[in-house]
Write a protein that binds this ligand. Structure first.
Ligand code: GLC
Length: 436
């Protein structure tokens, strides 16, 4: 097997066991509260946007609280935006004054985040935008998404892109040097000709590997949510990344490379429809939907990186807190069907999903069935079945209306009735099947 793929598989073992992480998008854009792209979408001039830093107080920022919520939700890793496309640094960078330590909050928000999440035993990662709309040497006019992309004042303006790259690499070096052991670096994102060596990505990744050899990275030095890049090939580049990063969707069948071998991946998804805080966006996904998404990812050998967008004061929206607490309740009773699990050796069932970990096959029943739950082609392969939630026995169903289907196994959700029966756990009732 290609050495880079072999090393990737080794590096991502903990990650593929973890399955569930927290994404945190936070920064100045929480003040306008119209999402993290507000500067680009509304074409806000830099002088106007910069004023926001003078009111960024984050007075209720309590990363210990965030970490406890992530832990309770069953999240095993967390990734915070150290710098988003707007160029505002949540860390004390020596290369810019546009940073949290220069605002009324006066704090290195990244340092506090890392300390708090490590204290909860949660692996830590930083999102670092390779795009920087604040830097004078990043392309403005004619760029695909720069806030000044169609502002004639910037037409013909010279940008020393090499100078920008030196700045961008230096900031990444700061994060990889000054903040202890990091587990994930999440780079975002490549587009058009702005990909790969345009970022001096080989040199960049050599630095990453030299400073933090164990760290895993996403695939967006080369790709984006639109295209994964060479991570899907048999010969990935040095900057192909260790995991693919489908965005706001879950791949139909998981992700494999051109050889058909599984590629580590995580679906990154928002709880409402925005990554950064958007005060008016109240369309939150239900806890049930989140559980189904997480199970769906794991059933396809993937992870779910679920996003929260704290407000300008540093508070995770109450709606997000409630959902994560509910997901955590389900996880507290069913985590064995998630951690360390992946795609099953059996076809996806009609009533939900399978996840599997060795001889343990987990039947995730998402919806009430007409009578027995059918385990297709599992006849004579089952040693025992238990409700994962409480360990109670479930017996294979022998019943007159099932006799014509000897290749399959069946169970009833209730030992007393062969009729339809409500799911004991309405979000997802999990049956642990020990295979022979
Ligand atoms: C997209 C968004 C960006 C967000 C990222 C998270 O690239 O444009 O704002 O940080 O997705 O995956």
């Amino acid at each position: 097997m290609n050495q880079r793929i072999e090393e990737r598989n080794q590096r991502t073992k903990w990650y593929q066991e973890s399955r569930f992480g927290m994404f945190i998008h936070w920064g100045l854009y929480a003040i306008p509260a119209r999402g993290e792209w507000v500067r680009s979408v509304e074409r806000i001039p830099v002088e106007e946007y910069d004023k926001l830093q003078h009111e960024f107080s984050a007075e209720e920022y309590d990363p210990k609280k965030w970490a406890k919520l992530a832990k309770q939700a069953g999240m095993k890793y967390a990734v915070l935006t150290a710098k988003h496309h707007d160029g505002f640094c949540l860390f004390d960078s020596q290369y810019t004054d546009f940073k949290s330590t220069n605002t009324p909050c006066g704090r290195d928000l990244v340092a506090e985040f890392l300390e708090a999440f490590r204290a909860e035993g949660i692996k830590v990662g930083l999102y670092f935008s390779i795009i920087d709309w604040h830097h004078p040497d990043f392309p403005h006019y004619g760029d695909k998404q720069h806030p000044m992309r169609d502002n004639e004042e910037f037409k013909g303006k010279e940008h020393n892109f090499d100078n920008y790259l030196t700045y961008m690499h230096a900031q990444a070096r700061e994060l990889l040097t000054n903040y202890g052991k990091l587990d994930v670096m999440w780079f975002d994102f490549s587009y058009n000709d702005m990909q790969g060596e345009k970022w001096r990505a080989t040199e960049f990744m050599q630095m990453v590997r030299e400073l933090q050899p164990h760290i895993i990275t996403d695939n967006r030095l080369e790709g984006s949510g639109e295209e994964s890049g060479s991570i899907l090939t048999a010969n990935p580049t040095i900057y192909a990344g260790d995991f693919a990063s489908p965005e706001q969707m879950i791949p139909p069948k998981g992700i494999v490379n051109e050889l058909g071998d599984p590629v580590p991946w995580e679906a990154c998804v928002t709880l409402n429809n925005n990554w950064g805080y958007a005060a008016e966006d109240k369309h939150y996904k239900s806890a049930k939907m989140i559980v189904h998404m997480l199970v769906d990812c794991v059933s396809k050998n993937g992870n779910l990186l679920l996003n929260v967008g704290p407000d300008a004061k540093g508070r995770i929206p109450e709606e997000s807190v409630v959902i994560l607490e509910e997901v955590g309740k389900w996880m507290s009773e069913n985590a064995n069907s998630i951690y360390g699990c992946g795609m099953a050796e059996f076809e996806k069932p009609e009533w939900g999903r399978y996840t599997q970990n060795g001889k343990k096959l987990y039947a995730h029943v998402f919806e009430e069935q007409t009578g027995a739950v059918c385990l297709s082609n599992l006849a004579n392969q089952i040693d025992k079945m238990r409700f994962l939630k409480d360990g109670s026995e479930i017996r294979s169903a022998e019943y007159w209306n099932l006799k014509e289907y000897p290749d399959h196994a069946f169970f009833f959700l209730n030992s007393k009735t062969a009729d339809s029966y409500p799911l004991p756990e309405e979000k997802d009732t999990v049956v642990e099947i020990t295979l022979k």
